[in-house]
Design a protein around this ligand. Structure first.
Ligand code: LLP
Length: 431
C-alpha cells in the first residue's frame, strides 16, 4: 500500500528515519516515497492492462519536479491545467506529445504555448474556447488536436467542492449538447477532432458513478468516432484513496473489514470500466492524480506548544493551513501519528496550526497518544493536493520537500527563504 512504517519505534519512509529527516531538513517537511509512487503506477496500469491505457498523471495533485521526473522516466503522460504546469512537465523531462491540457479558462498565450510545444490534445470546456483554439491554430498554420469534455451529469457522491460531473458545475459540455458541438467544430478548419473526454470528480470511493458515466458517454463516443474518426476516449481521474486510520497506521486487518470490501481498488475500478471501454475499440486515456501520489507523502510537523484549557487540549504545531489546507477547506480527514510514539493512554486533542483563523486545524477532538513540546507528528496521506495548494498566508514560507528512495533522501524543494516571499513587491513610487 505505502512505504511508511515504524522501525524500532520510529516512523520510517522506506529505509529513512523520519526523525532523522526532520533533524536534517527542518519542519514543516513534506516527505515522499518514490517506491510508493512507482508501485501505485504499476498497480493501476496492471489492473487496466487489457486497455493498454495512456496514463496522464494529473500534475495539480503534486507538481514537484522530482515527482514529475519519476513519472516522466516511466513514460507516463501528464494532465496539465496551465501553461505553468506544462512548463514544469517539460522542465522535468516529460514528453509534450503525451500531455493533455484541461481547464475552463485557457488563455490565448497558454493555447499558443501548448500548440507550439506539440501537446497531445486540448480537453475543451466550451464552444468559445474551441473557436479561440481554432483561430490561434490558424494563425500558427497548425491543426490543433481537441477533445470535448463531456459533462455526463452523474453524481460522484464525493465532497461538493470536488464534484465536477453534474450540471451544477462549470465543467464540460452537457451530454445532450455534445453532438451539436462536434458538428460545429468539424467545420472549423484548424481543429483536429481527436477524442472525447470526461471527468466526474475526485476522491471517488465506489465504482458505480464511473460505470454510470462511462455507460452514458460510450454510445456518444461511438457515434462521434464513426462520424469524425476519433482516436481516444479519456475517462479522467478521480480514483479515491484510503485516508482511513487503520490503513494509515499500516494495519493489514483493515483490508478484511466490510468497509474495505466496498472500497474502490484499481481491480474494482477496472472491473467496472474495462468491459464497456474495451468494446469501444478506442485508445483509452486516464488522468489519475491523488491515486498515484496521495498515500506516497506525509507532512512532518513539530509540536510547538500544548495548550490545555478547561474544555480543550490544543496541540499547536509548526505546520498550518497554508501548508496543508485540506482539513480547513474540505473537512478532510488526515491521520496524525507521532513519529516516535510514547507509551500512555490516548487523549482527545485539537491539532492546530499557528495561523490567525479558527479554521486553521488539522484534527478536532482526535484521540492522540501522549505528545509534548518538541515532539514530531506526521500527517499521513498528504502527498496529493498538499504542497500544491500551499500558500504564503501570514508570510509563512512554503515547506521543504524531500524525496526518499530506499535509504537515500534528497531535498527536492528547499524551504522558501523568507525574502523570496516578498520578491517582486515594492513600495509605490510616491511612498
Ligand atoms: N482530470 C481532471 C480534469 C481534473 O479536474 C482532476 C482533478 C483530475 C483529473 C485528477 O483527479 P484525481 O485523480 O486527483 O482525483 N484539491 C482537491 C481535489 C481537486 C481535484 C481537481 N481536479 C482535494 O484536495 O481533494
Amino acid at each position: 500500500m505505502h512505504e511508511f512504517r515504524y522501525v524500532r519505534g520510529v516512523l520510517h519512509c522506506e529505509g529513512a528515519s523520519v526523525a532523522a529527516l526532520a533533524r536534517r531538513f527542518g519542519t514543516p517537511l513534506y516527505v515522499y516515497s518514490q517506491r510508493t509512487l512507482e508501485s501505485r503506477l504499476r498497480e493501476l496500469t496492471s489492473a487496466l492492462a487489457p486497455l493498454d491505457p495512456m496514463v496522464c498523471y494529473a500534475v495539480k495533485a503534486n507538481s514537484n519536479l522530482a515527482v514529475l521526473a519519476a513519472f516522466a522516466r516511466r513514460a507516463t503522460g501528464f494532465d496539465v491545467v496551465s501553461g505553468g504546469e506544462l512548463a514544469r512537465v517539460l522542465a522535468a523531462g516529460g514528453d509534450p506529445a503525451r500531455c493533455v491540457f484541461a481547464g475552463v479558462a485557457k488563455t490565448a498565450a497558454e493555447i499558443e504555448y501548448a500548440l507550439r510545444q506539440g501537446i497531445y490534445c486540448f480537453n475543451v470546456e466550451s464552444e468559445p474556447e474551441l473557436a479561440r483554439i481554432n483561430t490561434i491554430a490558424g494563425r500558427l498554420g497548425r491543426r490543433a488536436p481537441v477533445a470535448v469534455r463531456v459533462n455526463p451529469n452523474v453524481d460522484a457522491h464525493t465532497h461538493a467542492k470536488i464534484t465536477t460531473g453534474t450540471y451544477e458545475n462549470k465543467f464540460g459540455i452537457a451530454l445532450e449538447d455534445v453532438a451539436g458541438v462536434y458538428a460545429r467544430a468539424a467545420r472549423l478548419k484548424h481543429l483536429w477532432l481527436r477524442g472525447v473526454q470526461m471527468h466526474i470528480g475526485s476522491q471517488l470511493t465506489s465504482a458505480a458513478p464511473f460505470r454510470r458515466a462511462v455507460e452514458r458517454v460510450a454510445p456518444l463516443a461511438r457515434e462521434l468516432t464513426d462520424r469524425y474518426g476519433l482516436e481516444f476516449f479519456s475517462i479522467g481521474g478521480g480514483l479515491g484513496i484510503v485516508y482511513n486510520p487503520a490503513l494509515a497506521s499500516g494495519d493489514p486487518a483493515w483490508w478484511r473489514t466490510a468497509a474495505a470490501r466496498r472500497f474502490l481498488t484499481p481491480d474494482r475500478y477496472a472491473a467496472a470500466v474495462v468491459p464497456p471501454l474495451r468494446r469501444l475499440g478506442l485508445k483509452i486515456l486516464l488522468e489519475p492524480g491523488r491515486f498515484l501520489v496521495g498515500n506516497a507523502g506525509i507532512l512532518v510537523t513539530r509540536v510547538e506548544y500544548v495548550k490545555a484549557t478547561a474544555r480543550k487540549r490544543f496541540v499547536i504545531v509548526d505546520a498550518a493551513m497554508n501548508d496543508l489546507i485540506r482539513p480547513a477547506f474540505y473537512d478532510a480527514y488526515h491521520e496524525i501519528v507521532p513519529v516516535r510514539p510514547r507509551p500512555g493512554a490516548p487523549r482527545r486533542c485539537d491539532v492546530v496550526g499557528g495561523i490567525c483563523e479558527s479554521g486553521d486545524y488539522f484534527a478536532k477532538n482526535r484521540p492522540l497518544p501522549p505528545v509534548g513540546e518538541g515532539d514530531l507528528l506526521a500527517l499521513l496521506s498528504a502527498g496529493a493536493y498538499g504542497s500544491t495548494m500551499g500558500s504564503n498566508y501570514n508570510t509563512r514560507p512554503l515547506a521543504a520537500e524531500v524525496l526518499v528512495h530506499g535509504r537515500r533522501a534528497a531535498l527536492v524543494r528547499e524551504r522558501q527563504p523568507i525574502e523570496a516571499i516578498w520578491q517582486g513587491e515594492r513600495p509605490a513610487p510616491w511612498q
